[in-house]
Write a protein that binds this ligand. Structure first.
Ligand SMILES: NC(=O)c1ccc[n+]([C@@H]2O[C@H](COP(=O)([O-])OP(=O)(O)OC[C@H]3O[C@@H](n4cnc5c(N)ncnc54)[C@H](OP(=O)(O)O)[C@@H]3O)[C@@H](O)[C@H]2O)c1
Length: 342
């Protein structure tokens, strides 16, 4: 059963900040992430989705590769039966890497729609710019035998089908994820329908200032994944150099002053900075705290400056499994010297 929003518990959706996309459409400036990885089974994520909507969340970040769209679709039916209209929600999904071929894109989107039991998506993203598939849960050394670098002409064939999804009315907006400035420049040059958002890793220790500014300067909204620093990511996605945002003394000091968990400070900073964080949680107290902190008194200018200074350029989701040659390092995926690596 969907529990109704009470003043004491939930947050009125009208109070939550919104982003205006270049189409003029509003997108809630915080969403609920739904990637349960190996720690949260599909049913648990679906239950959190239903409850989070009852508490005032209106933006959901889904993906076929999260293997839970089916269960989330059933949860959404409960939400609709409780009287929340489809048009009140902002629901996104993503095209997985094994579906970049021209003939696969529209069927893949239709499959997500069928699983989510929807007749349109508000946002559909190309999850990664590479068509390189790997089985869920594989080790970071795993490589798909026919892995390829980013090939712009190939990507544009995928993008043309993404544009068709808009023409067909199946999706309202299309966007990218895990792109770099050089790749986005080519896409912006050649797109008929330009991306409305770029989903990218963003948290206090990984602020990606240049890309963040580029995305906004070009009329897209930055959507920030792993906003809390993905503390529950699997062991295989950790390296000894990784730092921990929620253990940073600057974040902890602000959290102590405000009486919230350091995670909520990361989320609050993200919304105030101008990105749209999509924190994952299946714990009511935590996802409610993340939503609530977007409506409470803003961080001070000193807080914002202090957090700006703790950027450590610490990328957590490195994407090693998408590399296409032997003896490469994960930096090759991210065009760190401004050139697309081939
Ligand atoms: N486009 C992409 O390639 C991509 C990549 C990665 C992620 N994503 C998306 O981004 C979403 C979020 O990223 P993420 O899951 O990697 O990391 P995240 O949101 O930074 O971290 C999630 C973890 O933080 C904990 N947490 C969240 N809020 C908390 C709070 N207020 N207090 C204490 N703990 C809190 C959660 O634990 P509890 O469950 O115990 O609360 C969960 O383990 C994903 O679910 C997915 O939708 C997209």
């Amino acid at each position: 059963m969907v529990i109704p929003i009470s003043e004491a518990e939930g947050v009125a959706p009208g109070l939550v900040p919104q982003r205006t996309l270049y189409t003029g459409v509003l997108m809630p400036a915080i969403g609920l992430g739904t990637f349960g990885s190996e720690h949260s089974p599909a049913d648990e994520v679906a239950r959190a989705v239903k409850d989070a909507v009852s508490l005032g969340y209106r933006h959901l970040d889904c993906a076929s590769v999260y293997q839970n769209e089916n269960q989330i679709g059933a949860a959404l039916q409960d939400v609709f039966h409780q009287g929340i209209g489809r048009e009140e929600l902002w629901i996104g999904s993503k095209l997985w890497n094994d579906k970049h071929a021209e003939a696969d894109i529209i069927p893949a989107c239709r499959q997500s729609l069928a699983d989510l039991q929807l007749n349109y998506l508000d946002m559909y993203l190309v999850h990664w710019p590479f068509p390189n598939f790997h089985p869920p849960g594989c080790g970071v050394d795993s490589r798909s035998p026919d892995a390829k670098p980013y090939i712009h002409d190939r990507f544009m064939k995928t993008w043309r089908q993404m544009e068709r999804l808009v023409d067909l009315g199946l999706v309202r907006h299309i966007g990218t994820s895990n792109m770099t400035i050089p790749k986005l420049k080519l896409l912006l040059r050649d797109a008929r329908i330009k991306p409305a958002v770029n989903q990218m890793e963003l948290h206090p220790h990984f602020q990606q200032r240049e890309l963040f500014d580029f995305v906004r300067a070009n009329g897209m909204e930055p959507v920030g994944y792993s906003p809390v620093g993905s503390p529950a990511r699997p062991e295989r996605d950790r390296t000894p150099e990784d730092t921990v945002d929620i253990e940073d003394s600057v974040i902890i000091k602000i959290a102590d002053r405000l009486g919230v968990h350091p995670a909520a400070v990361c989320v609050k900073w993200a919304v105030q900075r101008g990105q749209t964080p999509i924190p994952f949680s299946t714990k009511r107290g935590n996802y409610l705290a993340n939503l609530r902190c977007t409506t409470t008194e803003p961080l001070t200018a000193d807080d914002m400056q202090a957090i700006a200074r703790i950027d450590k350029n610490c990328r957590l989701i490195k994407g090693q499994v998408f590399l296409w040659r032997e003896n490469q390092t994960w930096e090759d995926l991210w065009d760190v010297d401004g050139e697309i690596r081939t």
